[in-house]
Design a protein around this ligand. Structure first.
Ligand SMILES: Cc1cc2nc3c(=O)[nH]c(=O)nc-3n(C[C@H](O)[C@H](O)[C@H](O)COP(=O)(O)OP(=O)(O)OC[C@H]3O[C@@H](n4cnc5c(N)ncnc54)[C@H](O)[C@@H]3O)c2cc1C
Length: 663
């Protein structure tokens, strides 16, 4: 079936397609370069609007960096974990392969574009792949020198718990992990500053300020730096606080905080099975059923541009070169690959594409490793941020969310548990004294496991070596120098780095619609509202590219919907006030910094002290500084009132939010 018009099925969220008449005039052909989330999303929007679409993908698996893949020969560890990978016997699979992944998938509550697309992909008899998303229950913060603690990943059940949740988060940070109370309040004030800053100032000033400076980390405590500086940036987006744009980190951070604090969807969702099995493969089948032609093993080598238009692309298909023509071309390639394809002719037609070369300086390594266990160790009911781990680890125990997927039927039948870990910092020495970037694959597996144990085993020994069955590290991590001795080889090349939004890089990033009338861009590094290299950004970029094509061919088809990041309306007047100031050349108005206290229900430091002091007697000393007195508007009666209120509701509320239970 080619083309299609969306019609409502009996399920509100499930859209089915029925054939429609081809577009007026000759059908237009769109060639998409790259079959990751950007390429698939563009194909999704185009086939349903009656275009002929072909995707050229260099790998033999769809999904790009979002893919899950068969861990066909994971390295066996069992009792001999210290044996290098090449000497260890490899698992002889009896059933289908164990599930591996490039990196685990996290769908924060603020995602909109990719979720809407998922709602249009049929799954099973009456559902969609969006039904395969499940809420996690909590986000665990796991430092290595004290017990872990959890933040709720769902909205509190009662309105009264909301304030308690905010108190509790700040109190938890203060009382349990040693962020001084005035630092916690100071950070809340910085977030208030961000929320009340207008978009123009964010784009110009905060885009050129790094996150570290924005939150004034140099002048605060080591714990403040670790949690609010490095912890937020390194663990969530593989960025480094001193280089990451305050605009990007601030925007995403507040989205996640609102996801936790506002009712609606959960802050953190995951898929209920391996990504390709429950999402990407059904998606590809769905698109193929509508006429999409998806070519695997097809490496795009050149983009031929003449007379200001793309004429064709040269594709190598198993050593045979093919010239592929089309009316429109969508580049959905990673930035470092796209930059290689920018020819003088393309540059002449759109000089701004030169920026892509500069942008390739801003990619970082972020790669997942999976540990298969003989027992299902549920370390947390959601993601875990190993906040001070040298290699910036985040992890998740997968099988608890994979209800219809029996991992024991995979591989040799001995696996019951799976901890999937993302390694986000490859430049800092681990406890083995080496940066991940100069380790062998086996050293990476050993050291990552050691770092995991250090942060998970503080109170109880949750992770043990004897639980280990095997591990799998993405084959895209290679020793390109082809060291003859594989036992000592170092991984020196990551074939798929990830763009990170560093300071002042917005100006280098392309629009989805280029100045070349038939070339469009649909990847995570394109300028989008999302503004963070994620599946959400790739999907939004694809929607923008498709709208560009629809405009270019004068189509009357409905345009793809695009949404801006939503911030609660209560902040709009403050942003309007700042916009007026910004346009007059005035700085952000710091005199209103007292308002975060009232807006968040944190009228003063002393109220917090009471909560902290009661939950963890002796946990805090006198707060540093004199924030309560310094805060304009933090009057004594407010303080007492808040303290009373907190005292009345916090114990039960905190317990119900699973915040004081600890482990
Ligand atoms: C470890 C890790 C974890 C992540 N976790 C999350 C997460 O939890 N949530 C989230 O939203 N985002 C996450 N991301 C980011 C997200 O995966 C990416 O931003 C997104 O998948 C990018 O999609 P894309 O289509 O723009 O690019 P890609 O996924 O890179 O797709 C590009 C495609 O082009 C193909 N290709 C490359 N060169 C050629 C060529 N010459 N010819 C033909 N084809 C070519 C590639 O094989 C690939 O399939 C993570 C990233 C990493 C690395």
């Amino acid at each position: 079936m080619r083309g299609g018009r969306a019609i409502e099925s009996t399920r509100a969220s499930c859209l089915r397609f029925e054939p429609v008449a081809p577009m007026a005039g000759a059908r237009k052909k769109v060639v998409i370069l790259g079959g990751g989330i950007g390429g698939l999303s563009a194909a999704h929007e185009l086939v349903r609007r009656g275009f002929d679409v072909e995707v050229y993908e260099r790998k033999s698996i769809p999904g790009g960096k979002a893919r899950s893949l068969a861990a066909a020969r994971p390295s066996l560890v069992r009792s001999t974990f210290s044996v290098p990978e090449t000497r260890a016997s490899l698992v002889a699979p009896q059933g289908p392969s164990l599930p591996g992944e490039h990196g685990f998938r996290f769908f924060p509550g603020f995602y909109r574009h990719i979720i809407e697309t998922m709602k249009e992909i049929p799954f099973g008899t009456a559902g969609t792949v969006a039904d395969n998303l499940v809420d996690t229950g909590e986000l665990r913060i796991a430092p290595s020198d004290r017990s872990s603690f959890d933040l709720p990943a769902v909205f509190p059940e009662r309105p009264a718990d909301l304030k308690v949740a905010v108190f509790a988060i700040v109190a938890e940070l203060s009382g349990k992990v040693g962020v001084p109370l005035d630092d916690a309040v100071f950070f809340a004030a910085k977030i208030w500053q961000f929320l009340t800053t207008c978009e123009e100032r964010r784009l110009v000033e905060y885009e050129r300020t790094n996150w570290w400076d924005f939150i004034e980390a140099d002048s605060r405590s080591p714990a403040y730096r670790m949690y609010f500086g490095n912890g937020i940036t390194r663990s969530l987006v593989a960025a480094k606080a001193r280089r990451a744009s305050a605009k990007t980190i601030g925007s995403i951070f507040v989205q996640i905080v609102f996801d936790i604090l506002l009712p609606g969807v959960a802050a953190d969702r995951v898929l209920n099975g391996p990504t390709n099995e429950v999402w990407i493969d059904p998606w590809l089948s769905h698109l193929r059923a509508q006429g999409l032609v998806y070519h695997f093993d097809s490496d795009v080598r050149t983009i031929r541009c003449e007379r200001g238009r793309v004429q064709s692309v040269t594709v190598a298909v198993r050593n045979t070169l093919r010239e592929v023509t089309g009316d429109y071309f969508v580049a959905a390639l990673p930035v470092e690959r796209m930059a290689e394809l920018i020819s003088p002719e393309l540059l002449a037609a759109d000089p701004s594409l030169a920026n892509l070369h500069a942008l390739t300086e801003y990619v970082e390594w972020m790669i997942g490793i999976q540990y298969y266990l003989t027992v299902d160790v549920r370390v947390a009911r959601g993601h875990v941020i190993h906040v001070d781990s040298p290699w910036a680890l985040t992890s998740i125990s997968q099988p608890q969310f994979w209800k219809n997927f029996d991992i024991s039927k995979r591989g040799d039948g001995l696996v019951r548990g799976l901890i999937s870990v993302d390694i986000s910092d490859w430049d800092v020495a681990g406890s083995n004294g080496k940066e991940a970037q100069i380790c062998s694959r086996n050293e990476i597996a050993l050291e990552t496991w050691a770092q995991l144990k250090k942060s998970m085993n503080f109170s109880d020994e949750l992770l043990r070596d004897d639980q280990l069955h095997s591990w799998f590290l993405d084959p895209g991590l290679i020793d390109a120098d082809a060291d003859a001795n594989r036992l000592t080889s170092r991984v020196d090349t990551n074939l798929e780095p990830l763009l990170v939004n560093y300071v002042d890089t917005w100006r280098l990033r392309p629009e989805a619609v280029t100045r070349i009338p038939n070339l469009f861009m649909a990847s995570d590094y394109v300028r989008t509202f999302t503004d963070l290299a994620t599946m959400e950004a790739a999907n939004e970029a694809a929607r923008r590219a498709v709208n560009g094509i629809l405009n270019a061919c004068g189509s009357r088809e409905e345009r793809c919907e695009i949404w801006n990041l939503h911030e609660p309306a209560v902040f709009a007047p403050f942003r309007a006030h700042d916009r007026t100031r910004y346009r007059k050349g005035l700085p952000w108005d710091g005199s209103e910094v007292a308002l975060p206290m009232s807006a968040l229900g944190l009228p003063a430091t002393r109220a917090l002290q009471q909560v902290v002091g009661r939950a963890w007697p002796g946990a805090i000393g006198a707060p540093r500084g004199a924030n309560a007195a310094a805060m304009p508007g933090a009057r004594e009666d407010n303080i007492e009132e808040a303290a009373l209120e907190a005292r009345a509701s916090s114990d039960e509320g905190l317990r119900r939010l699973r915040i004081v239970s600890g482990r």
